[in-house]
Design a binder for this molecule. Sequence first.
Ligand code: HEC
Ligand code: HEC
Ligand code: HEC
Ligand code: HEC
Ligand code: HEC
Length: 375
Amino acid sequence: MKLFLLFLLTLLPPLLSAKYLTNKSCKECHEDIYYEYQSSYHSKTYFNDELHRKVANAVSTKKYECVSCHMPAAANKKALENGNEHPSKLYKEQTDAVSCFYCHQIGYVKQAHKKNIIYISKKPEGYKPSMFGSLEDPDDSDKHEMLNNPIYKKNVCLGCHSHKRNDHDVMIFDAMKDNQDSTECIKCHMPYINGGAEKMNKRGRLEHRSHTFAGIHSLDMREKALDIFIHPEHDSIEITLQNKMPHPLIIQAARVKYLKLTLNRDGKIIWKNFQKSPLEDKQGAFLIEFADKNNKLVAIPAFAYKRKFVNNLQAKEKKVLKYKTPSIKKGDIIKAAFYVILAKPSCSEVLDLQDKSLTSPLLMKEVTYKVTNIK
Ligand code: HEC
Ligand code: HEC
Ligand code: HEC
Ligand code: HEC
Ligand code: HEC
């Protein structure tokens, strides 16, 4: 019986993942998309993302448990996860980060408690790989087959961006609701831009989906995150913040986003919502802080036993903040600016970050209000 099974197995075509095609290999035909992608954060991983590498090393210098989302094309995932092997620049599957080929092979995403699980579509050995992509009129090329796959579009972002819990069952990030799918994400983060999807542009297409995956690192995108409304009263200011995104204001636990509010008279600041650190203002600073077993602050979420402090705006949530101020007069100017620091102070203190853009405030939005009359 055993022999018979073995015989059967040798008859079946080996269902292996197709041979890995590097990001560079796509450039031959999809040049514009290749350069867009190279400027995106999907091209960043352990080797070229300082923040990610330093957090990963702070978690463990042996095991690299981040691989499933940050280096998903790696052929030795298990060995990297359990520490038998370390990330190595020698392998394109590792330096390619969230690679073109990997993303376009996502066949199925299983929802799970700790983090979702991605299954890559398999093909018998020797066959041309199939790519999943746009739904409109997919076309074959001599290099690869195209499959029209609505499931792909619904699931493609879910595998990595939905949620993640650590080993102590603490939620590190929770970005997507169960009923949300990827088509929504694609609309904002992959808008149509000029030019064909392929270099020869035989079909004369006028536009393609942008692969810059613009997000928090782009000023244009940062401006779109929220609306700020200013309502002055006799001796107070009311600020309404409206999250315009279908995901929380804070997803990535390293970030802090905050309001800087000033009341200005005759060119001088006469009142502000914090003196030195934006964290002094508990309602205007948005962040997630974690605690260890003894309820002490921990910067690295992997070590957390619970969430210690959460101030966040959920998808589309509106919040009204109230500030007591000196009495407000006609002619006063109120400035409300909203900033993000990519690596919040508690995080950068333990990581020794070199890249200043990680620790300096980046502007998201600024609104000014000139007081003409007070109700
Ligand atoms: C030898 C040229 C060539 C190479 C190399 C190549 N492609 Fe393509 N690809 C094409 C052509 C031609 C089309 C059809 C273009 C069109 O519809 O405008 C296409 C279409 C696609 C589409 C779907 C476009 C659509 O509108 O449906 C995806 C997705 C895609 N390629 C991904 C990749 C990825 C990922 C790689 C690298 C692993 C790659 N391609 C490498 C030539 C190539
Ligand atoms: C379930 C998938 C998943 C796992 C596992 C995962 N991450 Fe991430 N990580 C993401 C996603 C998605 C982002 C993109 C940003 C976001 O969600 O806000 C990200 C972003 C980050 C960032 C911010 C990077 C930047 O340049 O600003 C850091 C730091 C980070 N992850 C560290 C880690 C570390 C360290 C591990 C392993 C201990 C890990 N992540 C495991 C999904 C994951
Ligand atoms: C295989 C995992 C994976 C998949 C699938 C994936 N992402 Fe990501 N994404 C990441 C990781 C990891 C990062 C953070 C990389 C870093 O900063 O080092 C990221 C970062 C981003 C960012 C932040 C960019 C910035 O400038 O901060 C956006 C936006 C994004 N992804 C959108 C998407 C969208 C839209 C999809 C679906 C079409 C998608 N991602 C699919 C893993 C993934
Ligand atoms: C209505 C437009 C819109 C939609 C739809 C949208 N986003 Fe965003 N997203 C934004 C904007 C604007 C930013 C940049 C500002 C910010 O991060 O606060 C952003 C930021 C991000 C970031 C970067 C966060 C960080 O701190 O690094 C990730 C990751 C992301 N989005 C993933 C997704 C995913 C996954 C979906 C699908 C569920 C999605 N987005 C849907 C507008 C959108
Ligand atoms: C995070 C996942 C992800 C990564 C990484 C990624 N793509 Fe895509 N790509 C998509 C999605 C999703 C679509 C389909 C968007 C749609 O039509 O709704 C797409 C569409 C395309 C298309 C068709 C474009 C169009 O407008 O018809 C081509 C060609 C393509 N990708 C090539 C590439 C190449 C080449 C790379 C690497 C340089 C790459 N992709 C990296 C997710 C990804």
